[in-house]
Ligand binder design. Structure first.
Ligand code: MTE
Ligand code: MO
Length: 311
């Protein structure tokens, strides 16, 4: 059943009371943390994004709770030991000051402070499904803006065909960096047309507030039709290239994690089926949809490609 929402209400604002209370607790806790860390607490209040707009392509499925979204995470820089580790450890990461350098095959390479990145385009709420390759999924009300707006700032050269995303390494805060499973920094990549697609966003917040560190503060990629590992957290560098960039998971286990990583129930992971997923908070599994339910918007990007070979 679909319920039409009044146009002036952000969908994430329609939340059960209990959820709303938890959210307030979270904001209070975040504020207390900010005070302890000597940060301006206002930056963590909802006023962080006073003029949030409703963005396109939001799902009408109910968002997961703030608690689920911020305590069940993958962020291997903070350890490979379980979903609660990022929430327990990521608070130690420094997220200010923060700059992102954008370089490679572009006319105008730039290094932008996060404050300037926030002004590039109007911030929108986008409620997207996220499907992890491990077989679980969530619905997350992101705050962000189209990556295309950031790309426009640097004017890619005609020779630019791919975009590489390089994420933060802060050894003192990230015990996972010392573990041997993947090469750090965590890197990911997209084809340029995937990066420019209107579904692809840079997220700077969720549930109307700044991103919690465990979700990739202060800036992370979100590519909702691909497995979650493509959506790199805490990005510090974006590089335009003419060849497919190497990606951390592909280097570590090439037969398990391809460059494309499009959600595809027909292509099994070598160690498990991808036909179903468990929505966090639900008991019964549901069917996984091709391109995570975004096929009408993105399937044309792959016309003529064999998506079993290009997994
Ligand atoms: N830098 C970095 N980005 C990352 C990861 C990571 O370990 N390090 N994990 C990825 C994986 S596997 C998933 S499923 C999503 C999870 O995002 P969430 O914790 O915000 O739901 O982040 C992705 N981005
Ligand atoms: Mo994942």
């Amino acid at each position: 059943m679909l319920i039409k929402r009044p146009d002036d209400i952000l969908p994430s604002e329609i939340t059960p009371r209990e959820l709303f209370e938890r959210r307030r607790e979270f904001i209070k806790a975040a504020g207390a943390f900010a005070l302890a860390a000597g940060l301006p607490p206002l930056a963590l209040a909802r006023e962080a994004f006073p003029s949030l707009q409703k963005g396109a392509h939001s799902t009408l499925e109910p968002p997961n709770s703030l608690r689920d979204i911020t305590t069940y995470n993958n962020f291997v820089e903070f350890g490979f030991g379980g979903k609660s580790q990022p929430a327990e450890r990521a608070g130690a990461m420094r997220t200010h000051p923060w700059t992102v350098s954008i370089e490679g095959l572009v006319h105008k390479p730039r290094t932008l402070a996060i404050e300037d990145i926030l002004k590039i385009a109007p911030l929108e709420e986008r409620i997207y499904r996220l499907r992890c390759v491990e077989g679980w999924s969530m619905v997350i009300p992101w705050v962000g803006f189209p990556l295309a707006a950031l790309i426009k700032q640097v004017e890619p050269l005609g020779s630019a065909k791919y975009v590489e995303f390089i994420t933060q390494t802060e050894p003192a805060a990230m015990p996972g960096l010392r573990l041997p499973y993947i090469d750090f920094p965590y890197t990911e990549g997209l084809r340029l047309d995937e990066a420019l697609h209107p579904l692809t966003i840079m997220a700077v917040g969720l549930y109307g507030d700044v991103l919690p560190n465990q979700n990739g503060a202060p800036l992370r990629l979100v590519v909702p039709w691909k497995y979650g590992f493509k959506s790199g957290k805490s990005i510090v560098k974006i590089r335009f290239t003419d060849k497919p960039p190497r990606t951390s998971w592909n280097i570590a286990q090439p037969d398990e994690y391809g460059f494309y990583a499009n959600v595809n129930p027909e292509v099994s992971h070598p160690r498990w089926s991808q036909e179903k997923e468990r929505r966090i908070g639900e008991f019964f599994k549901r069917k996984t949809l091709p391109f995570n339910g975004y096929a009408d918007l993105v399937a044309p990007l792959y016309a003529g490609m064999d998506l079993r070979k290009n997994y």
